[in-house]
Ligand binder design. Sequence first.
Ligand code: GLY
Length: 463
Amino acid sequence: MFTKDIYENRRQELKKLVSDGIIIILGNADVSMSYPANIFEFRQDSSFLYYFGLSHPNYAGVIDVDNDKDYIFANDFDIDDIIWMGPQPSVKDLSAKVGVESTAEFSEFSILIKKAISEGKKIHYLPPYRAKNTILLADVLDMKVSDVKPNASEELIKASVKLRSIKSDIEVAEIEKACEIGYMMHTTAMKLAKPGTMESEIAGRIEGLAISFGKMISFPVILSQNGQTLHNHDHSQELEEGRLLLVDCGAENAMNYCSDNTRTLPVGGKFSDKQKAVYNICLKANKECIKAVKPGIKYRDIHFLAAKIIVDGLKEIGIMKGDTDKAVAEGAHTLFMPHGLGHMMGLDVHDMEDYGENFVGYDEETTRSEQFGTAYLRLARELQEGFVLTVEPGIYFIPELTAKFKSEGKFTDFINYDLLEKEYKNFGGIRIEDDILVTKDGSRVLGIPIPKTVEEIEIFMAE
Ligand code: GLY
């Protein structure tokens, strides 16, 4: 946990950005796996962590903008809990650590909110993403469950995006700790990527590594020889010499800050010439885009820089043809990279995605494209110093998408379908992802450099 002034300042800043009323920041409750007491690992809500810092289930935070007062509502443990869980700190003691003096039982939360509603106060809350909090809000706000999310406070969302988007030095230091765990996960995967090993063994070992540092993975491990499936959580294949293994994983550090990297490895340790050629196109896009990151540039423009590098590279090996700018403008590159170049990262691996992607990745000047592929961009807006984001170009050979585009007669001026179908059907996919801090005049890659070039990966895997 940070010192209490950090949380006090964050709540003060939020009060300055929200005109009036009451702000609700709900913590998370435990989630059951197979019967009520058999629970998943607890993960606190990231906004609650940001403003109230405490990682305990069944807490609610309230910020009274009008009266400049902050509250925490939670129940103290009784002797029955203590028998099973050991001695527990009191809600009062914990709340004092984050600068909140006013605490009360959880049941008082709805009493305070209902009173505020009866007094005509504005109630601000963030869009809930867990059923229990949605139902709690529906009950407290006397609303239909289906009305809760659409009525979340846009004013609060925008204010919180403004604050959470800019990472302070102490937050960046926490993210770097998460990156260090990520480094160990990736280099462990590199050591284990040998023919005959099951994907599930590597996925399990690297997930265990994340857990061994006290928290957990920042998202379910993506690890597959079928890397053309963008988020492949199926780990049921045995590794085969000569195939590519895409590993996309990250960890949360002790304070729930995240990392997220992707590397693509040759099973057995040596890239073929064909793999090397495609890999180096993706690597060039990764490196050039990192170089292009700076305050004031729109991330969508960097996304299109990646697209152009990929089209130019694929033209050199005969898969694409024609005018690069025209190919990108028409969206031909989306056959190979049907996703955005990256996303914001912080307390969530897709930072604040629960608020709504358009609030986080877009702004008044940057609206979402409707073109296939480009419409999926999570981050398009102008970058600012202090943003932490991922740069993750990819080149994928998705047979189903190739067949669809071909049957629709799409992009025949730009794509050599014959070569694709003859030689790249079973190629898989490549993604190379780093975590980047936007600095005053450029960017900095966070964490320990994970082997990334063909040579670095081959040397590391041979050791
Ligand atoms: N790296 C996984 C994701 O961005 O969802």
